[in-house]
Write a protein that binds this ligand. Structure first.
Ligand SMILES: Cc1cc2nc3c(=O)[nH]c(=O)nc-3n(C[C@H](O)[C@H](O)[C@H](O)COP(=O)(O)OP(=O)(O)OC[C@H]3O[C@@H](n4cnc5c(N)ncnc54)[C@H](O)[C@@H]3O)c2cc1C
Length: 377
């Protein structure tokens, strides 16, 4: 991919070379050593380019963190099993929402002529205990209800498993599944949506916000609230703002990095002050920026039903013999030798973890497993 911007093209080419290596080192380490050997050498006598490229490093880290949902690129292994499928990742639901996927699976789109499973669904139920019996499984829910079943397919996020697995399962899960849960990565990202009465921007697209030394210094005095870490202000991880494909009056911003859990906890007013300060700092000279009528930010990391965003492969998870995702997907078998507790969800996909199609494919995988057990064709 070429953009015509020399520095950006150089950084993209380093990213392409270092995101998929044959050795288990972090993407951060792989990128930095290639950057030191190329950019640093090339621009050693050009202080302006050296400063630009130094400032742009954070932006590159953020692009990678957006893909992997990690808090740091030093946690992500560059030796990945992930298989890319070019454009499919960017399909939109055209305003219909993510729930449309269920309509598609149930053959209820474009017309509601497929399966109706409403009477078989119990919503707003939090499973608190999964108890393996001799030849069945018992489920206990937060509202006191209980269910018994021959088999269970459990599909929570990896974040929920990390947080709850010790309390959820009776008996407790064993290694290597526990290793997989603990070692695979599941951190978080924040999306900020800003709604305006009328758009003040001219074109659709995305803009990288590259923080230089001066802007960073001003942050501390101009926005004196919110978390800081290692001398970094939380807003220095606000790196991208773009238009929304289905709402011409909305902008979408991305905030990443190690402070995500604390940034999620900021109040609406603090978030609004921070993101508007940033937009005015970067775009105020070129646009007549108006006040938003609404600012909301995601809180996936603190959400007890998710506890993060999407899974990624860490340096530690890549040390497992068989893939950590395979260990996570392995069903739990009862004394009768029959798989009773089955696992699906994006983090159990060996090649498409972190994606919707990866999650769907694992559902089919476990359904096929069940059909074989039940000897149904
Ligand atoms: C900002 C963002 C952007 C993304 N962009 C893309 C993209 O462009 N393309 C793409 O393919 N993917 C994208 N993804 C990833 C994709 O959304 C996920 O990989 C996918 O939704 C995972 O599906 P899942 O069924 O495995 O898990 P989830 O969707 O997390 O479903 C798990 C379900 O389990 C429920 N649950 C959890 N704990 C319990 C419990 N104890 N009891 C009962 N129920 C429980 C939860 O409420 C939830 O409904 C994105 C994700 C985010 C956050």
């Amino acid at each position: 991919m070429k953009t015509g911007n020399t520095l950006l093209d150089e950084f993209i080419s380093i990213t392409e070379e270092t995101s998929y290596t044959n050795v288990n080192i972090s993407i951060g380490e792989a990128f930095s050593s290639r950057y030191n050997a190329t950019c640093l050498k090339k621009y050693k006598d050009d202080p302006k380019m050296l400063t630009y490229s130094h400032d742009f490093l954070r932006t590159i880290e953020c692009i990678i963190l957006t893909t992997d949902g990690a808090f740091s690129w030093n946690k992500i292994s560059s030796m990945s099993n992930f298989k890319f499928q070019s454009e499919e990742n960017f399909l939109q639901w055209d305003g219909l929402g993510y729930k449309t996927i269920l309509d598609l699976l149930l053959k209820n789109y474009p017309q509601k002529t497929g399966y109706n499973i409403d009477h078989q669904l119990s919503l707003e139920k939090t499973v608190t205990r999964i108890i393996l019996k001799n030849n069945s499984v018992k489920i206990k829910c937060k509202d006191g209800s209980e269910y018994s079943s021959d088999h269970v397919v459990f599909t929570p996020s990896l974040g929920v498993l990390k947080h709850e697995h010790k309390n959820l399962f009776m008996p407790r899960l064993k290694r290597p599944k526990v290793d997989a849960i603990e070692d695979l990565g599941f951190d978080g990202v924040i999306k900020v949506i800003l709604e305006f009465t009328t758009p003040w921007w001219r074109n659709s697209g995305e803009i990288f916000l590259v923080w230089n030394e001066e802007k960073r210094k001003n942050l501390a005095k101009d926005i004196p609230f919110g978390p800081t870490k290692d001398g970094d202000h939380w807003l220095s991880w606000f790196y991208l703002v773009g238009t929304s494909p289905n709402n011409s009056k909305a902008l979408v911003g991305w905030i990443l990095g190690p402070m995500v859990p604390k940034v999620e906890k900021l109040s609406k007013d603090q978030m609004k002050t921070g993101v508007m300060y940033t937009l005015k700092t970067f775009l105020g000279k070129d646009f007549n920026i108006t006040e938003p009528i609404k600012v909301i930010h995601s809180k996936w990391y603190m959400n007890p039903n998710i506890r993060g965003t999407y899974s990624y492969e860490t340096l530690i998870s890549k040390k497992h013999g068989p893939s950590a995702q395979e260990a996570l997907a392995e069903p739990i078998t009862a004394k009768d030798g029959v798989p009773r507790i089955l696992f699906a969800g994006e983090a159990t996909s060996s090649h498409r973890f972190g994606t919707v199609d990866g999650a769907v494919e694992t559902g089919y995988r476990e359904a096929d497993r069940l059909l074989k057990i039940l000897k149904v064709k």
